[in-house]
Design a protein around this ligand. Structure first.
Ligand SMILES: [Zn+2]
Length: 325
């Protein structure tokens, strides 16, 4: 049996600061909310008739049936990168797998490597160039400076609706400001030489990772799935098509040995659960999980409260980020 306690870690981190305001609750509202969000987004993606249609269809089924055995819940997960439920589990597993970065690193730094936005048709080749540029930088740093760099990088891509362009970038965690600056300078050198000065220094940020919360940010590379416009759904689909089968979180140096296992079966123990044997079905018409007696796993009120809490948290985070220094 797989023991997955990681989501608890993630959610503890996600909700820190609110714990004093609310009594500890079951994760049912959170599960329901994520299922609603993922179902809505996957439905839009599914409606596009993209080559990934079948895969989007699998996400519609992800976590649709929860099997409760005592205080433990089991469900099948799709493991797709556009699935909110699976991404949250995966992010938590990544953090658990790589948290020794924080423990071992004396001065962990978060580096963002970017370049000029590209058109959709260039996205796949841009991804390949980025991987190449990053490897080249590492190789040159080892050869010229004798430094073997250890760390992890994640690939992220955002979309600019007005310009219809894509903004792919790497989030990199390495040890020490000096190393981060070296990577940045080789990275910029690559793009300036080959792409006619297209990298911009103000986008290449470096900041120290002080807490586990900052670490979480580094892994949240494709969880922004709330898309409102049809065009954005198409852009999401295009990003997923271009990155199909590619590993978006890539450790390098000695961290290569750490393996993150992704199982289809997910199991989660809920300490506060009323012990029983039950099957819960997600019913999209009611936007909730119900059993055969029509009993709801989480009430509308609980789900709405969870949603409000998330919005408040996001707003707070946004304000903190944009606070004048
Ligand atoms: Zn899933």
């Amino acid at each position: 049996m797989c023991e997955v306690s990681a989501p608890h870690l993630l959610d503890t981190l996600e909700t820190s600061g609110y714990s004093s305001l609310h009594k500890p609750s079951t994760p049912y509202a959170r599960w329901t909310f994520r299922k609603i969000v993922t179902f809505e987004n996957s439905s839009k993606l599914y409606a596009l008739n993209s080559p990934l249609k079948e895969s989007y269809g699998k996400t519609l089924e992800c976590g649709s049936i929860l099997m409760q055995d005592g205080d433990t819940f089991h469900f099948w997960k799709c493991r797709k990168k556009w699935c909110t439920t699976c991404q949250n589990i995966r992010t938590a597993d990544l953090i658990n797998g790589y948290k020794h970065l924080l423990e071992d690193f004396k001065d962990p730094q978060m580096l963002v490597l970017t370049m000029r936005n590209c058109k959709g048709r260039e996205l796949e080749s841009q991804y390949k160039k980025m991987v190449h540029a990053f490897k080249l930088a590492n190789r040159n740093i080892k050869k010229t400076h004798g430094i073997q760099i250890d760390g992890i990088r994640t690939w992220e891509c955002t979309y600019n609706t007005q310009e219809d362009t894509y903004h792919p970038h790497f989030n990199v965690i390495v040890e020490g400001r000096e190393v981060a600056e070296l990577i940045r300078s080789y990275w910029m050198d690559f793009w300036n030489k080959r792409a006619h000065g297209s990298s911009r220094i103000f986008c290449q940020s470096i900041r120290p990772i002080a807490t586990q919360k900052d670490m979480v940010e580094a892994f949240k590379y494709s969880t922004k799935l709330s898309v409102e416009h049809k065009e954005e759904v198409k852009a999401q689909d295009w990003i997923f098509q271009c990155t199909k089968g590619k590993r978006l979180a890539q450790p390098f140096g000695k961290l290569k040995r750490v393996k993150i296992e992704e199982k289809e079966h997910h199991e989660e123990k809920v300490e506060e659960a009323e012990s029983r044997t039950e099957i819960w079905f997600y019913e999209n018409d009611f936007k909730t999980y119900r059993n055969s007696y029509g009993e709801c796993l989480a009430s509308d009120e609980e789900v709405n409260n969870y949603k409000k809490e998330r919005i408040a948290k996001k707003r707070k985070k946004h304000e903190e980020r944009h606070k004048p220094k």
